[in-house]
Structure formats: C-alpha cells, structure tokens
Design a protein around this ligand. Structure first.
Ligand code: NAD
Ligand code: UFG
Length: 344
C-alpha cells in the first residue's frame, strides 16, 4: 500500500512539524507550499532533523493548471493533509476576499483532483474558533458551530461544510481536526513558528518581547470572569498536534473511520490563563517579562478549552507535553531565530 502523503502548507508552522513526524513514522512526504507565509529554508531544516528532505513543490494551490501537473506526477498518493491557508484573523477582516479566495478555492481544487485522481483520504486543519464562546466547558465536538466572528473563522466553517457535502458524493474519506491553541516548537530548535510582522498570538509576542524585538506584552484584559481575570485557552504543543495528524492518517489508511466525515478536537483538555502562561515562561527562562494589563481585545472569547475524549478514544491520541515544555521550546526557537538559524 502507498505510504506517500501530500502535505500542503508543509513549510509552514504546523505543517513542518507534521512532515517531521510523518517521516519519522515511515511515510514518504511531498510538500506543496507557495511560501506566502514561510521559507524554503524550513524544508532544509526538516532534512536536518529527519535525515531526509521531503520533495518540495513551490506552487500555489489556487493554480489549477499547476496542480493538474502535480497530480499527474503523483497519482500514488495515499492521503492529503491540507494545512495551506491564510490565517491572520485581523487581516481577514480587512481583506475578506483574499481569505475566501485563497482558503476556499484551494480546497475546492484539491477535492476535485482527489476525486479525479482517486486519492481516497483527506485530513483538514480546522480550528476551535468554530465554537465561538461555547455554552459549556470543556467543549465537545457536539457543541454547536457559532456564527464566525471573522472571515478567517468563516472559511474554516465553510470548508468543513464543503468537505462534508463533497465526501457524501464521492469515495473520499475526511477527518477535520479542530485545533485549540498550538504553541511551542520542535525540541531540536530547528523549526518553529515564523510570525511575519507583529505577532497577533500570545506566545510569539512573549518570546519576541523577551528577546528585545518588542518593548512589552500587552495583556488583553484582566476583568474576565476567570480565577485571575485573564482569558483562558487550551494551549497545545505543536509536536503533540503534529503526532495527531499521523494517527488521523493511519486511521483513514486502515479504514477505521466510522463515518466518511469525522471531526476531532485537538487540545490538552486543560485551560491556561494569560497570566499562567506568562508565569510559566518566566519560570523556565528565569527572566522577568515586561508586560502591562490593557483593555480586552475585540472578538476574544473569555475562555475555551477542549474535551478531548473523542481523540483519546478513537484516535488513541493524547497530548503529552506540558506548558513548561511548550515555553522552553518556543524560547529555544526564538533564540535560534535571533542567532540567524535560517540565514546561515
Ligand atoms: P502557516 O501560515 O505557518 O502555514 C500555512 C502554510 O500554507 C504557509 O507555509 C503558506 O506559505 C502556505 N500557503 C498558504 N496559502 C497557500 C496556497 N494558496 N498555496 C500553497 N501554499 C499556501 O500556518 P499554520 O499555523 O501552520 O497553520 C496551518 C493550518 O492550521 C492553517 O489552515 C490554519 O488556518 C490552521 N490553524 C492554525 C492555528 C494556529 O494557531 N496556528 C489554529 C487553528 C487552525
Ligand atoms: N493575548 C494577549 N496579548 C497578546 C496576544 C494575545 O493578552 O499580545 C491574549 C488574547 O487576548 C487571548 C490569549 O492571549 O486571551 C490567546 O491569544 P492568541 O491570539 O494567541 O490566540 P486566540 O485564541 O485569540 O486565537 C487563536 C488563533 C486564531 C484562531 C483561534 C481559535 O490565533 O487563528 O486561536 O483557533 F482562530
């Protein structure tokens, strides 16, 4: 049986970590990425970690003609893991069509080619953003999908609907993975997140502040109805998340899926406040972080964390790494970036 997997967005943050885990589990990996939010140096770094560089196609998934050529050359794919998408929430509010075009057209082309070339399995990157602020916590996969706050979030909801409808009418099987908050980096310090410009997310902002690229972290609100007043999220180590993709692919390859469209939450099942995250960073680095409490950020939900029972039972997967490991690896990566690891 073919063990060849296409990873779209494979030079990006979560994609690159997943390529490493796939290769280390014996899969052959090919990557498509247009480098709109990453660099080809990450492909070299993957090679340094695993001893094998994945075959890399620098290509835009919205280019139908180029994709056709790719699929003609790669008809033996066993599965596709589709990470490639734009993901900046605020940019999606300013430029919604850029997001709808990139995130939806790429998906539709992929699904069409999967049908045409009989590629049977798809794993899709979704997000806990589809739940908004859930009525009950921890949030299960049965919780209703709320109206999206941003065009980005809406692309995830629409993508899930497109996949669910299209697999009903085709032999393709799909798993949608709803990530909570991925943070951290590979323990080697050779790959990690590459936020372009000013980071929106908490942990890159913490590490950039600590390294001196930013003056201080703004903590968005300490008046939430939470134990310390700051907002709560379910932070998950990116390597744990990457491993979940390997087991999701294996479930599909072994035909163990119970439906042709399945959804799993991927988190630790544990909520962490912004202040707890800062304290964990200070503990593992021995540094004092410069931060200031400021007003709430528009659109932020007060608290959300995952019920991971489904992933535990059906995928046989459970997050292993704790907050301190997440912070230690994120800090090692920030220091390596500052030392020019991607430039040498
Ligand atoms: P990322 O930006 O690091 O990686 C995405 C990659 O896709 C980039 O390398 C980019 O160059 C590529 N890409 C984008 N559009 C493309 C196109 N049209 N053709 C080819 N390549 C294209 O993002 P990430 O954090 O690794 O996220 C991966 C996926 O997970 C995305 O779908 C994202 O929406 C989803 N997700 C991320 C988070 C998070 O917090 N990072 C949370 C939930 C869901
Ligand atoms: N925060 C700060 N200061 C910052 C950045 C973040 O206090 O400078 C706080 C936020 O207010 C929030 C928490 O840190 O309470 C986490 O914020 P992130 O931006 O890191 O993560 P979000 O949960 O807001 O958003 C993330 C992704 C989105 C995705 C969402 C749900 O960035 O793309 O998870 O999956 F939609």
């Amino acid at each position: 049986m073919s063990k060849k997997i296409l990873v779209t967005g494979g030079s990006g943050y979560i994609g690159s970590h997943t390529v490493v885990e796939l290769q280390q589990s014996g899969f052959e990996v090919v990557v498509i990425d247009n480098l709109s939010n990453s660099t080809a140096r990450i492909i070299d770094q993957i090679g340094r970690i695993t001893g094998k560089k994945p075959r890399f196609y620098e290509m835009d998934l919205c280019n139908e003609a180029a994709l056709r050529v790719f699929f003609r050359e790669n008809q033996d794919l066993a599965a596709i893991i589709h990470f490639a998408a734009f993901k900046a929430v605020s940019e999606s509010v300013e430029n919604p069509l850029k997001y709808y075009h990139n995130n939806l057209v790429s998906l539709i082309f992929l699904l069409r080619f999967m049908e045409g070339f009989q590629i049977p399995n798809l794993v899709f990157s979704s997000s806990c953003t589809v739940y908004g602020q859930p009525e009950t916590l921890p949030v299960t996969e049965q919780a209703p999908v709320k109206q999206a706050f941003s065009p980005y979030g809406n692309t995830k909801q629409i993508s899930e609907e497109i996949i669910e409808d299209s697999v009903k009418a085709s032999p393709v099987n799909a798993i949608s993975l709803r990530y909570f908050n991925p943070i951290g980096a590979h323990e080697s310090g050779l790959i990690g997140e590459l936020p372009i410009g000013i980071p929106n997310n908490l942990v890159p902002f913490i590490t950039q502040t600590a390294i001196g690229k930013r003056e201080k972290l703004m903590v968005f609100g300490d008046d939430y109805d939470t134990p310390d007043g700051t907002a709560i999220r379910d932070y998950i180590h990116v390597v744990d998340l990457a491993k979940a993709h390997v087991v999701a692919v294996e479930r599909l390859l072994r035909n163990e899926n119970e439906h042709n469209f399945e959804v799993f939450n991927l988190g630790t099942g544990k909520g962490t406040s912004v202040m707890e995250a800062i304290l964990a960073f200070e503990k593992v680095t021995g540094m004092k972080l410069n931060y200031e409490i400021t007003g709430r950020r528009m659109g932020d939900v007060p608290q959300v964390w995952a019920d991971t029972t489904m992933a535990n039972l059906k995928l046989g997967w459970k997050a292993q790494k704790g907050l301190e490991e997440m912070m230690t690896s994120a800090w090692l990566w920030e220091k390596n970036l500052a030392a020019g690891i991607l430039e040498s």
